[in-house]
Write a protein that binds this ligand. Sequence first.
Ligand SMILES: *Cc1c(COP(=O)(O)O)cnc(C)c1O
Length: 341
Amino acid sequence: MAVVKADAYGHGVIAVARRLEQEGVDWFGVALPEEGLQLRNAGINTPILCLGGLWPGQDSGLVDNQITPVVYKTSQLEALDKIGRGRGIRVDLHVKIDTGMGRVGIPFDEAAEFADAARKFSNICIDGLLTHFAAAENPDETAFTTQQIDRFDAACEAFRLAGHSLTWIDLANSPAAITCPAARGNLVRLGGAIYGLLDDILPPATERPELKAALSLRSEIAYLRDVLPGESVGYGRTFTTERPTKIALVPIGYADGYPRGLSNIGFATIRGTRAPIVGRISMDWTMFDVTEIEGVTEADEVVLIGSKEGEPTAADIARLVGTIGYEITCGITPRVPRVFR
Ligand SMILES: *Cc1c(COP(=O)(O)O)cnc(C)c1O
């Protein structure tokens, strides 16, 4: 399953989904019903699992568009069963079991009871069971991950005993799919692995397939200024030049999702050379010190996120602002044009 929630982690969901559909993925995973509908409206025919919330009133839209809901409450079974009866069909759905993530899902020790209660709904088909790991990437948590797998196996058993067919068994997100073969079931739900964003998710020593970042973030120098020593740059006067300095203005700011937290600590590469951010990042502009970059000129390309040697990665930026690479790419706002190659 290719997880394409949140605009494909900021990459641009329609183009990403079209390409992955050509590549033959079996499922798409989204968080919200709206995200599933967006894919269907774009002509995506591959099965879609709606992993996250399902609010009253959204169920019929899912059923009519063949988007499979994940449920974890009896009230949701009831609502879907009613829709199924009205349409004279059995509505396929998957059930989420909480085996230790401590988020949504049927508590693992109530799985048997739920599976039994679900038998009375004749217009639904529980066609899959899933769970989510809390710390699969952490070798220190292997015992807990194993316990999650055992609890999930027991839940699958209980559902099968209650007569539910369970075509799809899925446990693993990207880190679990890579580090824990026992968790692969017959479907894995891959987000970060597809986008090449696992640098700061998997511990450095983890054996992993070679993954390349799918995304780069590029701009260009809009304006070059020569500044005398002793002049301040940008809002709040947080940076003052100490030498004759060449400042490049680049038209990207926090309104584009370039984190303001990178002010005075981030960097980009220009002509293959590291250029530090100076002063505060503003809504639309960021300033770089390019004094050391030989031959620098307006319209030079600025690599804000790249993957070549020396270029900042999403993980590098994330480390500087105290988050993970996923949040950096998810945060690139719609104002930034997506170009697909
Ligand atoms: C987002 C999500 C995933 C994908 O996680 P990655 O770490 O990006 O692979 C898998 N399963 C569920 C339920 C999710 O919400």
